[in-house]
Design a protein around this ligand. Structure first.
Ligand code: GDP
Ligand code: MN
Length: 345
């Protein structure tokens, strides 16, 4: 049973034309934070997604950058789609390192992370990127009237033909968040994320959803031996380079309060909190877990991991294989952990 979900709206072609005034599209955009230097990798991702899905639905693309997009970037990306492309600069106040981050503490903390082998520990733009993806992208003025997004990174792959409107599926089935891959994280990147979260919950017990996935976040049974978790957090997270989600959840008071608490705590810089664990904890605590959907039918790769369905609609990946990288990477998969608590959704 790996085909598309039952009862989804099928495309009625002209209402999905790029410029259709009377459209069946819902209020959504494809969204990418990307550098000018990654234009060819971005076009590669676009080619895959346009071929398998978006050429049938023509959702607009919105590109974000911390500096102006080059003419070359605009030309090459617009040439990859019939849909409208928007090119947006991130406001300085969304990207700049916050005033309360102490430079000396940043230098010292990240030196320790680097010694511990944490990738990108000393790359300040990586910390800025994780913070922006965690709590700022949906505040961009260009997205103020947009509800849904599908996040796409440069150099990812899509393998399966999808013939239904993914965004409409989310809307019609009352979903908030869709993912393809879940992984354990490197505990060294977020030692104090869970303690900060517990502190936040003590101040705001009212934000905890009655149908939360707290037991998924704190699961200890299924951890691989090399991952002891991070002070109570299993580190299992939705891999956020792929996300189809409703920005109104990030805009809700529980998540907004949570992000502000984390932002003040400083771990986006003194540690290397990723947007994937931050989104995942936010969803696991403040959202109804039945609103989180595994897109088993979307074949996807971001190096080094795959989601590869068993379906004649897919080609270019090996069914069920998580990685063609080294064997130890297989232990990173925590989908069984999610299914154990939430089922297949
Ligand atoms: P990784 O997947 O964790 O290795 O991180 P990536 O290097 O792929 O970065 C995640 C996403 O953010 C990619 O889409 C990058 O293009 C984008 N990104 C990361 N840093 C920057 C930056 O400083 N500026 C811009 N414009 N995009 C960035
Ligand atoms: Mn990436």
């Amino acid at each position: 049973p790996t085909g598309e979900p039952e009862g989804v709206l099928v495309r009625t072609s002209d209402r999905y034309a790029p410029d259709a005034a009377d459209t069946d599209r819902v209020n959504a955009t494809l969204l990418a934070l990307v550098r000018n230097s990654e234009v060819d990798e971005m076009v590669s991702s676009m080619n895959d997604l346009e071929r398998t899905w978006n050429s049938k639905f023509n959702y607009p693309w919105t590109f974000f950058n911390d500096e102006p997009f080059s003419e070359e970037f605009k030309k090459k990306t617009q040439a990859a789609t019939k849909a409208k492309c928007n090119y947006e600069i991130i406001p300085k106040e969304h990207w700049t390192v916050p005033s309360w981050i102490d430079q000396q503490l940043y230098d010292e903390s990240t030196a320790i992370l680097e010694k511990g082998g944490v990738q990108y520990a000393k790359m300040v733009s990586y910390h800025q990127m994780c913070r922006w993806n965690s709590g700022l992208f949906y505040k961009h003025p260009a997205l103020q009237n947009t509800k849904w997004y599908w996040r796409v990174e440069p150099k990812v792959h899509f393998f399966c033909d999808i013939d239904y409107d993914i965004f409409r599926y989310m809307q019609d089935n009352n979903k908030t968040y869709g993912f393809t891959i879940t992984l354990y994280d490197e505990p060294k990147t977020l030692p104090t994320l869970w303690p900060e979260t517990v502190r936040f919950l003590a101040d705001h017990p009212e934000h905890l959803h009655t149908n939360n996935a707290l037991n998924w976040l704190t699961d200890s049974e299924r951890r691989p031996a090399h991952n002891k978790g991070a002070q109570g957090y299993s580190t299992c997270h939705f891999w956020s380079n792929f996300e189809v989600a409703d920005m109104d959840f990030w805009r809700s008071k529980p998540y907004e309060d949570y992000f502000n608490h984390l932002d003040r705590a400083g771990g986006f810089f003194y540690e290397r909190w990723g947007d994937a664990p931050v989104h995942s904890i936010g969803l696991g605590l403040f959202e109804d877990k039945s609103k989180i959907h595994w897109f088993r039918d979307i074949g996807y790769q971001h190096i080094p991991f795959f989601n590869c369905p068993n379906s004649p609609k897919c080609s270019g990946c090996v069914t069920g294989r998580l990685t063609d990288g080294e064997a130890f990477l297989h232990h990173e998969d925590c989908r069984p952990n999610w299914f154990k608590y939430v089922g297949l959704g």
